[in-house]
Design a binder for this molecule. Sequence first.
Ligand SMILES: *[C@@H]1O[C@H](CO)[C@@H](O)[C@H](O)[C@H]1NC(C)=O
Ligand SMILES: *[C@@H]1O[C@H](CO)[C@@H](O)[C@H](O)[C@H]1NC(C)=O
Ligand SMILES: *[C@@H]1O[C@H](CO)[C@@H](O)[C@H](O)[C@H]1NC(C)=O
Length: 897
Amino acid sequence: MVPPSTIGPPLSKPSFVFRLLLLINLLTVSFCDDAAVMSNLLAALSPAPSGWSASKDPCTWTNVNCDKSTGNVITINLDSQSISGNLPSDLTQLSSLRTLSVQKNSLSGTLPSFANMSSLEGLYLDSNQFSSIPQDFLLGLPNLQTFSISDNGELSPWQIPSYLAESTNLGSFYASNASITGVIPNFFDSFPNLQNLRLSYNNLTGSLPGSFGSSEIQNLWLNNQQQGLSGTIDVLSSMTQLTQVWLHANAFTGPIPDLSKCVNLFDLQLRDNQLTGVVPVSITALPKLVNITLQNNNLQGPMPEFGKNVKNNVGNTFCKDTPGPCDPQVTALLAVAGGLGYPITFAQSWEGNNACNSWKFISCEQGNVITVNLEMDDFSGTISPALANLTSLRYLYLDNNNLSGPIPENLNTLPNLQVLDVSNNHLSGPIPVFPPSVTFSHSGNLFLGKNVSTGGGSPGSGQNSDVPGDNPSSHSSNGSSISAGMIVGVVIAVVVFVVVVLFVSYKCYMKRQHKMKVSVKGTAIPTEIKKWQIVDCGRTFPAHEDGNIAIPIQVLEKATNFFSEENVLGSGGYGVVYLGKLDDGTKVAVKKMKDGATHTKGINAFQAEIAFLTKVRHRNLVALIGYCINDNNRLLVYEYMPHGTLGRHLFEWEKHGFHPLTWKQRVTIALDVAKGMEYLHSLAHQSFIHRDIKSSNILLCDDMSAKVADFGLVRKAPNDKYSFETRIAGTFGYLAPEYATTGRATNKVDVYAFGVVLMEIITGKKAVDETLPDETCHLVTWFHKIIRKGHNIQNAIDPTLDLDDQTFESISKVAELAAHCTANKYFRRPNMEHVVNVLGPFAQKWKPLRLEEIEEKYGGLNLQMSLPLAFDDSSIESLSFTEAQLNGNRLNQSAQF
Ligand SMILES: *[C@@H]1O[C@H](CO)[C@@H](O)[C@H](O)[C@H]1NC(C)=O
Ligand SMILES: *[C@@H]1O[C@H](CO)[C@@H](O)[C@H](O)[C@H]1NC(C)=O
Ligand SMILES: *[C@@H]1O[C@H](CO)[C@@H](O)[C@H](O)[C@H]1NC(C)=O
């Protein structure tokens, strides 16, 4: 109802009259606007849609509906009208529009933005020739239910925007054949009503997002991506609402998961991928399944039995051409491959129903498998108890892989076994006892023989294996006892984690006010240090006058050009780092914590880093310039290190067009890092452990001097030298063995990691490089082997280094130091003071002088701060867990729980 436009009886409150007038005015305006927008639309289309006329009220046009009370347009339907032209950009002003249907026409040009059309429920744009999409075109559409843009092959490439997660009413998203690139965002737990997701014929890459598992999707079309989606399809097993799944013509790998809960599935298209493994029998029993394609994969084992018309054997490696069980040796070996996740190598070599027909890794005598040799092949996964079914087996080599879980106890029932080598893996659980006739090697398994909860079977139970024959605890088929054990381990880990998080949140809540005051506001920097900071890294910084280093978000937005893609310096599990340019021209690095990092644990890491860095100043530790807290955003602002990480200069110099670092530069960098760490380890009578020293956390200045960065994991060294940690954090390849086993972190953990960095500096090889042959892929192991066996170190040296006699001598000394730093026993490792002394003579002479004086005088420390006050706090200790959670490549060991 439109309010009366005449002013009635005098009203007591003038403001009411005013508001009434305003309302009338608004209504008229929006009506006028709608009419104007509609006439623009009409003008942009050709031929004019039938029943549309510029001289008439748009509400009277064919297939246009208006709200009777306001006169606003609420639906426009131009489905299949052979119309060309474009959609004008002011369409977004139709504030009440609920449905726009323009599908199956020849519309072209840039799509208008539909941003903030809060009433919009249906948007049908499919089968047109639109050319491009504005970035914000679906932003702020809380009521959007159906979106369809399929078959717009002319579109320039675009990505599914992550802000779409705000459209929580989405039920159908149709965007097949629409030039989409990038990955499928992991936001499907935001759409409780999403049933249809069609994204076929695009160029999506990456893997299926984990949040599919908590979605309600029934109809899933992802087939025929140009380069192909990859990774496993495991997530399907938890998508129990699925009815139709098209994943064909992609690059998926791994086995077909157990789909027995997907009871409504009638159509499953998996052909033309790289799936491996045995087809789960449960799939043939799905009650509604009528159409399934599996051809052109690398599937193995028995051919599944579907209806007569389903021809799925083509292009697979089923053991036989007809359904039915495989040969027992084949069955056992496939279970072994299953324990390793069915790697593609097995699928390609293990063809047919005779394991003795030149299968890779296998040798036979008289048709019986006598050797299984999987050593040094980078396999991960578990050892299948099915090996015990290979009764002729004599030699079993599983050493030097990444195998985890227990050694199946039933292996000691193998009557002919002579050699079992499982050394250098990550096995755990009890060590089975073998008869004296078996040569059993199991060294180099940190968790083996320890009573850890991730082990299967009955850890710690009696090992009555001198009784050959039955061994009840290991008769579970195909490692299911292992996964049960793992689940228990994971559940315990999760429970403990939740408890820790709750506890920390509570403590944090109690302390937040106090802590922020203490750790940020109260930081007054001694004048000398301020000066020093100003000349640091050869550039100037705004020194913080009053110690308050909060920076307004607007400043950072401006500095980073609104966090534009072009300013991205790097990213990781924690978030993204942007290059920023402050008004005075100073370049800074702005670390924007990931959204997930703004939960309690992330906030702790954030505050810990602020607290730590505002108090700690050293020319070899990256300086914090400021921070910003704005809504959910947490940002840290650091000095900008123009030459990036040491890792980049060691491993990617070619790609970035750098010169490889000279030996002098390398030793100088190492010395810088050592000095920074020495400082950290002996700060004000209190030792701090960095816990994540690695080449990607070492940053370089213009003059190639180095600084240690990323203090998210830093913690106080335990006073009590017998104290043990329950959590482990850090990065694979840099972890000291005693830390990985007991969780005990002393500053020797940093010394070890530093030793690994030295090895990287010498060899030009990464701490862990999956792409290298097995002997060389784990740097420390390989390096130690060379030193131990007295091999010529020369072959290990980075080939880009110029080896004159003097350099070679220097490298040999540093190599010795590296081996020393990575000694297995932590007490054999030197302290950083020693390291600094050893490296000193080989490095470039130190230039500055005054700065050192200041450092010596003040230790770079804010003396007004009481460090134990800020750091004797369990939330700091919990960082090990939090950052490990945030950063995918960091280790988070639950084995100690
Ligand atoms: C993709 O869409 C275009 C129309 O833009 C159509 O001609 C083409 O056949 C479609 N391709 C597929 C594979 O559906
Ligand atoms: C199964 O596939 C056939 C052949 O592609 C097709 O004609 C039929 O409609 C499909 N049935 C279902 C239920 O999808
Ligand atoms: C060994 O083979 C038998 C018979 O084929 C089977 O029932 C059993 O599950 C197998 N054992 C393991 C551990 O796979």
